[in-house]
Design a binder for this molecule. Structure first.
Ligand SMILES: Cc1cc2nc3c(=O)[nH]c(=O)nc-3n(C[C@H](O)[C@H](O)[C@H](O)COP(=O)(O)OP(=O)(O)OC[C@H]3O[C@@H](n4cnc5c(N)ncnc54)[C@H](O)[C@@H]3O)c2cc1C
Length: 442
């Protein structure tokens, strides 16, 4: 199991055995990089961020782009996620942003997050990407009465300062119209989230990038990147690339030591997903699953779930702390138990798929898109990157071509370094214990 904080590289790994991989048709394998080549921009990583940054650089700025992916495109989080398109990224609420910075900054970030969803929808339309977008609606399910009150005050803040309303759903309405979650105290429904098939989206991005001239090499792990006088020199197993500009888009899958600008600045966290066999209409009725809108609860250690187009339930939550434990069946078992507690009627339903993936958390709970000396990165989406990666890629491509991004902390400051970075995992372990305690108290 690849662990970005331990393993020397992600080379030689298959795509995750996800529901997504079992329901998408992959393109033929692309040739790895061989020999030496030169390009305007080298992009490391073939997930949403790398593919879209490459696409924007080629299609809007006319740059020659070479993208290097360690395995197949979609090996990373982009084809392992829940497929929730949400208006937001990172982990901060807007009131928290306003008190950390100021109200204008919070409004500016809200605008970026809003544009991200529109951007994804525009790209889907432009590229005619058949990625199965589902009905709109994102349900934030309160797991306690206190959580409902917190949700309400967050929604009031957004309504007052950002001008967007949210709909309150009483526990009774939630059960009769949306889903009968046994531990819910009502929900807040936002109209701008939806579910889609993330691997089909990614394959669409890859096609669009290639159509605009991006050269993608798969099976090409970048083992080192060095800054030289006139650009960057990258080495893979079988080749090397000289580029004037470099994009680090390996996100949580970036191995330790690749690029000083990322060192000690993110924490890879495992998230697990389980998917059931298709549910019959009777099972849906018994479980009280009436909607294909996406849902997430308000716990510190959150669970997220959605009905897929073929009526399987996808249910996700935290995984192991250390990569060596990732495949321990206990994590699938715990997730299934959490699903059973939420929807007891599904207790005897079999799982058809389970997998896990790394997401990158930042110390300040915010993504950062940053450039310096002809190199740049976008990461730290904290588990919410399906939509924001599109806006981030657009901004990153612009910043690398001297287009100014709005003066927001998202774009102006690098990812903060973790103090005592080697102890990040111990901190995470402690946080999980705290989270479990907090969640049990309501
Ligand atoms: C289980 C799970 C569920 C999630 N659910 C959601 C969700 O529902 N909604 C949401 O908004 N977000 C979700 N996320 C987060 C979201 O998937 C990510 O934020 C997003 O996909 C990040 O995209 P990326 O392109 O930046 O990185 P990735 O998709 O991780 O891509 C990075 C790529 O870089 C490659 N790479 C790394 N190092 C090298 C190297 N040295 N050389 C060459 N290639 C390299 C990797 O192989 C990988 O393919 C989830 C994440 C996980 C793990």
């Amino acid at each position: 199991m690849y662990d970005p904080l331990i393993s020397s590289s992600a080379a030689g790994q298959p795509l995750a055995a996800s529901y997504w991989a079992s329901t998408a048709e992959l393109a033929p394998v692309r040739e790895p990089l061989k020999g030496h080549t030169q390009t305007d921009v080298a992009v490391i990583g073939g997930g949403f961020t790398g593919l879209l940054t490459a696409w924007y650089l080629a299609s809007e700025y006319g740059r020659e782009v070479t993208l290097l992916e360690a395995n197949r495109v979609g090996f990373g989080a982009s084809a392992r996620n829940g497929g929730f398109v949400l208006k937001g990224s990172g982990r901060l609420g807007y009131a928290q942003m306003a008190s950390r910075w100021d109200l204008d900054t919070a409004k500016g970030i809200y605008r970026e997050f809003s544009e991200a969803v529109v951007r994804v929808e525009d790209i889907i339309r432009q590229g005619q990407i058949d990625c199965e977008p589902q009905e709109r609606g994102y349900l934030k399910i309160a797991h306690s009465a206190k959580a409902m009150a917190t949700l309400q005050s967050g929604a009031d803040f957004i309504a007052r300062y950002m001008g967007q309303g949210a709909e309150f759903i009483t526990p009774e309405r939630l059960k009769s119209e949306y889903l009968c979650h046994q531990q819910s105290f009502g929900a807040l429904r936002l109209n701008d989230g939806f579910g889609l098939h993330p691997l089909k989206l990614l394959l669409g991005y890859a096609r669009m990038a290639e159509q605009s001239g991006v050269c993608i090499h798969e099976g090409s792990t970048v083992l080192s990147s060095h800054r030289e006088q006139d650009g960057y020199l990258l080495h893979t197993d079988n080749g090397s690339v000289k580029a004037s500009t470099l994009v680090y888009a390996g996100n949580a899958y970036t191995q330790q030591g690749l690029g000083d600008m990322l060192s000690g600045r993110f924490l890879p966290i495992l998230s697990n997903v389980i998917v059931t066999e298709p549910l019959s209409q009777e099972q849906l009725n018994q479980a009280g699953l009436h909607s294909h809108q996406v849902a997430m609860d308000t716990r510190v250690l959150k669970y997220y779930y959605r009905l897929l187009p073929d009526n399987r339930l996808l249910f996700g939550g935290r995984g192991a702390v250390w990569g060596r434990d990732a495949d321990n069946p206990v994590y699938v078992k715990r997730l299934k138990q959490a699903m059973n507690s939420a929807f007891p009627a599904l207790a005897s339903v079999e799982l058809s798929h389970h997998w896990h993936g790394w997401l990158a958390a930042s110390l300040d709970d915010m993504p950062h898109i940053y450039t310096d000396k002809g190199a740049g990165y976008s990461m730290g989406y904290c588990g919410a990157g399906v939509s924001f990666s599109a806006q981030a890629a657009w901004r990153l491509a612009g910043m690398l071509c001297n287009v100014k991004a709005p003066a927001l902390p998202l774009y102006a400051t690098p990812l903060p370094s973790f103090p005592m970075a080697s102890l990040r995992r111990l901190g995470q372990w402690g946080f999980y214990h705290y989270g479990r305690l907090r969640d049990s108290l309501g």
